[in-house]
Design a protein around this ligand. Structure first.
Ligand code: ADP
Ligand code: MG
Length: 720
């Protein structure tokens, strides 16, 4: 008999066990039993292909008619197209980058195929359908009838381990499984009317009643949520137990001087968040706080006030920005806001001043040497930089506070790399303009305290957003350029944002190329000359993108800020934080190429001055496509929380949790942070109660947690 910890080879034999190890990393019976069906095929609910309509969730019994594998020329990848027929009609099945499926799907073989019916170029299709092939030699009727129950589980599978093989292995494991103790305390199960672990596993792998299966799935999802919350709460506890240098407010220091010269009154929200941060800094354990606030809600001032508090007490501050453009802009903003307070080290400067130093990867050797020296001597109170700050040669005298701006671009590892430059754990402030729904914050940043800025400073302008469907209404394109000219003639400035640098270079390495749409309209380097010699003739136009040298980028941004450039044609390098109040119009080319949150960030660059902002989203996507629906959502609301929800719903879970969480992710097979909000909240509360009561009395839970901790730690070591 077996337990969850028994080796798979003992139950399945060496060969099959090895396949599970190689493909999924499973080594134990418990691992395998937690490999859950992605869906169930329901016998007796087969559809005719000829009766399918777009949007249907369908299961069909069909024969493979033809198989064709194509390689894309312009980019990496293959496309496998399989045509199947059931005698009533033909249907196309498509798989991207899964050429290996050709082996399963031989011409003439029969199988069950399930998925959502879509349409591509007027043809019905199933994209990445689930399927179960009927083994050779079986006649179809007895094969279909022969599948175990009424519901046939379909597992995430591969050529080596097809779904039926996985089902078979799971049956063996379940049959071998001894009476196992439930890791979840019985009162907790009773409270939620959850089945025991054994019942839940039986029900999810061998469903006989969909309601019971649903409850089983919920219980198993709850297990994951509970473990994750235990992990995060324990991490938080551990952080709280660390020592840090307390940085209480110092009377008549730099902060007081700064407050006295601030040209505006802080909003109520800014005040209360500043107070939360000041309280954290004054404590002798490290601050670990996430500050989320809409674009333009005034996070920079809060960060600067936190920095000054720390500098006043003799510490240094590192601010990590995601791009060189942004780092340079932050330095300028800080120097401007600080005025004479930032003249530290200069001739005639007062004692109560500091200096703001920039460190980026593309600085010349002399500038870099000078910056490094100032950082090491401690004369640089505030150091602003990109990833370059993480470099080995960067040594601080006394790093006391790390501020990470626009968090979503930085992983936990990078945060940690910077923290390791301090002799004693520094305080940490993470800032993001992408608002995060509560449970996501609870899950992804469960070990951080969260502050939220909801209001915008008075006088912020409204931003209106319109969709421009250039395919349906070509004259709208001309109208767009005319609008640009009008804006410029009124003394304002314009951003034109394009998804790519040139026809074959995109800004982000992981940029997803979509079908079609290869026009020069989407590339900065081609668009500039085209507009300059065409509809925007006579205007002062400049390009900006990530392939330019830091000097060029910096010069261009400065010139744009000074009003010497009318139209900036740029990639997403301007996405975060760029602040030029005189810019009032933003035109986004091929807007369907961008994510919802990204568009929201981008348009936050306009309407920052005294005039309202306008954002035009150009797109060629057809009117009822998912891309258009997304763009409509962006045009219809400026509520960042609403939009980030839409955005998250459209992304895959792994992306929501972030790559840095992949160690955790392999343990989260069922949990979906948005869908399972309620469950996560309950789990969070229960986790707190269990920790309070003392985890040591729940031995199984504690063991499971240890395993999770170990796996996430290993993951971290693997990566660094
Ligand atoms: P974000 O949160 O997007 O980083 P910023 O900190 O860049 O926002 O602030 C946006 C603009 O609002 C800046 O020009 C800043 O100087 C200004 N600002 C910040 N706080 C206030 C305030 N309380 N009153 C008026 N303007 C403010
Ligand atoms: Mg900002």
């Amino acid at each position: 008999m077996a337990t969850f910890d028994s080796k798979l080879s003992g139950v399945l034999g060496d060969k099959t066990a090895k396949a599970f190890k190689e493909l999924f990393g499973y080594t134990t019976v418990g691992d395998l039993l937690h490999h859950f069906p992605r869906r169930y095929l329901v016998r007796g609910e087969l559809s005719d292909i000829s009766a399918l309509r777009e949007g249907d969730e369908a299961t069909i019994l069909a024969e493979v008619y033809s198989v064709q594998s194509r390689r894309f020329q312009a980019r990496k990848g293959t496309m496998l197209e399989v045509i199947v027929t059931d005698g009533t009609a033909k249907l196309s099945l498509t798989f991207f980058n899964q050429a290996w499926r050709e082996k399963d799907l031989r011409v003439g073989s029969k199988g069950l195929f399930a998925g959502k019916v879509g349409r591509f170029k007027e043809k019905m299709q199933l994209s990445h359908p689930d399927y179960e092939m009927i083994p050779d030699g079986n006649d179809v009727d007895s094969a279909v009838a022969g599948f175990a129950g009424q519901f046939i589980p379909l597992y995430p599978s591969s050529a080596k381990l097809p779904s039926w093989k996985i089902a078979q292995s799971i049956d063996l494991a379940l049959a071998a499984l001894d009476d196992v103790e439930d890791p979840i305390p019985a009162p907790l199960l009773e409270k939620n009317k959850y089945p025991t672990i054994r019942q839940a596993l039986e029900q999810i792998h061998h469903p006989n009643d969909l309601d019971a299966t649903e409850l089983a799935r919920e219980r198993l999802t709850f297990d994951e949520a509970l473990l994750l919350q235990l992990l995060l709460l324990k991490r938080k506890e551990a952080l709280r137990a660390l020592d840090a240098v307390a940085r209480p407010h110092k009377e008549n220091g730099l902060l007081d001087a700064f407050d006295a010269r601030l040209p505006f009154e802080l909003t109520a929200g800014q005040k209360s968040v500043s107070r939360e941060i000041a309280d954290d800094l004054a404590a002798s354990h490290p601050m670990h706080r996430l500050l989320q606030g809409e674009v333009g809600s005034g996070k920079t001032v809060i960060a600067l006030r936190a920095a000054l508090t720390v500098i006043d007490s003799g510490g240094q501050v590192a601010l990590l920005a995601p791009t060189e453009v942004l780092a340079a802009q932050h330095q300028r903003t800080f120097i401007k806001l600080l005025g004479e307070l930032a003249q530290g080290g200069m001739l005639g400067s007062s004692d109560s001043s500091t200096s703001v130093v920039l460190l980026t990867g593309s600085q010349n050797a002399a500038t870099r040497r000078e910056a490094l020296a100032q950082i090491k001597s401690g004369s640089a109170g505030l150091v602003v930089g990109t990833h370059a700050l993480l470099g080995e040669s960067v040594e601080f005298k006394e790093l006391a506070l790390v501020i990470v701006d626009e968090q979503h671009r930085f992983g936990v590892e990078q945060r940690d790399a910077l923290k390791s430059k301090a002799s004693i754990t520094p305080h940490l402030l993470v800032m993001t303009a992408t608002p995060i729904p509560r449970t996501v914050a609870m899950t992804v940043f469960g070990d951080l305290d969260v502050s939220t800025l909801r209001e915008l400073p008075l006088g912020r302008q409204v931003i209106t957003t319109h969709l421009v469907p250039v395919e349906e209404k070509p004259h709208f394109l001309e109208r767009t350029w005319q609008r640009v000219r009008e804006e410029v003639s009124q003394g304002h400035q314009v951003y034109i944002v394009a998804p790519r640098i040139s026809a074959d270079i995109s800004e982000d390495a992981d940029f997803e190329f979509l079908e079609g749409s290869d026009s020069t309209l989407s590339a900065v380097e081609e668009l500039g000359p085209e507009l300059q010699s065409g509809p925007l003739n006579g205007l002062r136009i400049a390009p900006l993108h990530g392939r330019q040298s830091a000097d060029v980028k910096d010069e261009t941004m400065k010139a744009f800020a000074a009003g010497q450039i009318d139209v900036l044609i740029s990639t997403t390098v301007i996405e975060v934080g760029v602040d030029v109040p005189n810019a009032t119009l933003m035109v986004i080319m091929d807007a369907d190429r961008f994510g919802v949150s990204q568009l929201h960030q981008l348009r936050g660059r306009v309407g920052r001055g005294t005039s309202p902002g306008l954002c035009l989203l150009l797109t060629k996507s057809p009117s009822d496509s998912p891309a258009r629906i997304r763009l409509d959502a962006v045009a219809s609301t400026t509520d960042g929380f609403e939009l980030s929800r839409i955005d998250l719903e459209q992304r895959r879970e792994g992306d929501v949790l972030g790559t840095n969480q992949s160690g955790t992710r392999s343990h989260l097979r069922l949990l979906r942070v948005l869908r399972d909000e309620k469950l996560i909240e309950v789990a969070r509360a229960e986790a707190a109660i269990l920790i309070e009561a003392g985890l040591s009395q729940y031995t199984l839970l504690e063991a499971a947690l240890k395993k999770l901790e170990l796996d996430t730690a290993t993951e971290f070591i693997d990566k660094s």
